[in-house]
Ligand binder design. Structure first.
Ligand SMILES: Nc1ncnc2c1ncn2[C@@H]1O[C@H](COP(=O)(O)OP(=O)(O)OP(=O)(O)O)[C@@H](O)[C@H]1O
Ligand SMILES: [Mg+2]
Length: 328
């Protein structure tokens, strides 16, 4: 649907489901700039990711897009509706899966869905049918009558996704969907999100797991300190690193000097970076890199304690942009 508002600056294009323009949030009387002039668009059918470390501003961004946090600057439009001007309307067309378990503890699994349907305007029969169908779809039917405090973390997350989708939102928001889940529950949730994606559901998720962003997202924005540092497909972001091999070196001694030495002496080295306790060496188009690294280090009098080799990841991209690791 093509729509535009009276203001020329805020038009949304046909398949733009989310649009932020200089979206900003300051907390604590302006002392904390949590989100700093964010510009981004999410298109129909995309899984879009906000990837960033603790405190990057991911939850605040989702909060503003889902009307829980009031922006202090800029604007945001979701499904052609201005989030500040018409928050109640926006709530009708979004589904939100919060980072923490916010299921209603006084209700059973089934009742959490049923009353959500009623709250969104379904009559009793419609809500019953929607809840029944949703439980089957999300493999929760066996626990329909269970207390929500009695189900596993993975199930609770699935129930939160089921609930968020019950009223067929234009866009599904998930804040750190797999934080705290065990690996098996994480994979199960990834499968659910991939299935929703295949069905054309627009999804915006936040994560600080680069593997999650890499495997799920069509496009992502790398965030730090409230700002977007890069935004593209995972593939393009990784290709933006001018290297095909990343060597991580742990050694004793002066790591800054070793980093310089490796960059000078290892064939194909394009860059070296000293992190907290390791060195990352970027290498392009060279073979036999590891023996060369060992030789150069030994000749320089260094004792290598650990050495590994990998292709560039989103972590590499993050380190390139910020000089620090994504995980702390
Ligand atoms: N209600 C609040 N009042 C004051 N400051 C806040 C509030 N909520 C968040 N902040 C601050 O805003 C910044 C961004 O926080 P936010 O929770 O959006 O980051 P995040 O990327 O979601 O981090 P995390 O990975 O820890 O969930 C941080 O500096 C945080 O301390
Ligand atoms: Mg958060």
């Amino acid at each position: 649907m093509f729509t535009h508002t009276h203001n020329n600056d805020s038009h949304t294009t046909a398949d733009e489901v989310i649009r932020c323009e200089k979206l900003t949030k300051r907390y604590a009387d302006g002392d904390i700039l949590a989100v700093d002039r964010l510009d981004l668009s999410v298109y129909h059918g995309e899984i879009f990711g906000l990837l960033g470390p603790n405190g990057a501003g991911k939850t605040t961004t989702v909060g503003m897009l889902t009307t829980l946090v009031i922006p202090t600057g800029g604007k945001a439009v979701v499904a052609s509706i201005d989030v500040v001007a018409q928050p109640a309307l926006v709530k009708q067309v979004i589904g939100v899966v919060a980072q923490t378990n916010n299921l209603d503890r006084s209700l059973t699994v089934w009742e959490n869905l049923y009353y959500h349907g009623r709250f969104f305007g379904m009559n009793a029969k419609e809500a019953r049918a929607a809840a029944d169908e949703s439980l089957v779809r999300f493999r929760l039917a066996e626990r329909a009558k269970a207390d929500v405090m009695a189900i596993s973390g993975g199930m609770a997350k699935r129930l939160m996704v089921a609930r968020a989708l019950l009223h067929h939102p234009s866009v599904l928001f998930l804040d750190e969907p797999t934080a705290g889940l065990d690996p098996q529950a994480r994979i199960a949730l990834w499968e659910i999100l991939e299935k929703l994606h295949a069905e054309g559901q627009t999804i915006l998720l936040t994560t600080h797991y680069m593997e999650e962003a890499d495997s799920l997202c069509d496009r992502l924005a790398i965030m730090d300190h409230g700002r977007i540092l890069a935004m593209d497909t995972p593939k393009n972001l990784k290709e933006s690193v001018a290297a095909d091999t990343i060597v991580t070196v742990s050694a004793s001694g002066d790591l800054d000097a070793l980093a310089r030495l490796l960059q000078e002496r290892v064939e194909g080295a394009t860059k070296s970076q000293r992190l907290d306790t390791t060195i990352q060496l970027h290498v392009k188009g060279a073979t036999g890199v590891l023996p060369r690294v060992v030789t150069v280090a030994e000749q320089g009098g260094y004792n290598i304690t650990d050495l590994s080799i990998a292709e560039p990841t989103l972590e590499t991209v993050f380190i390139n942009l910020t000089g620090k690791e994504l995980r702390d």
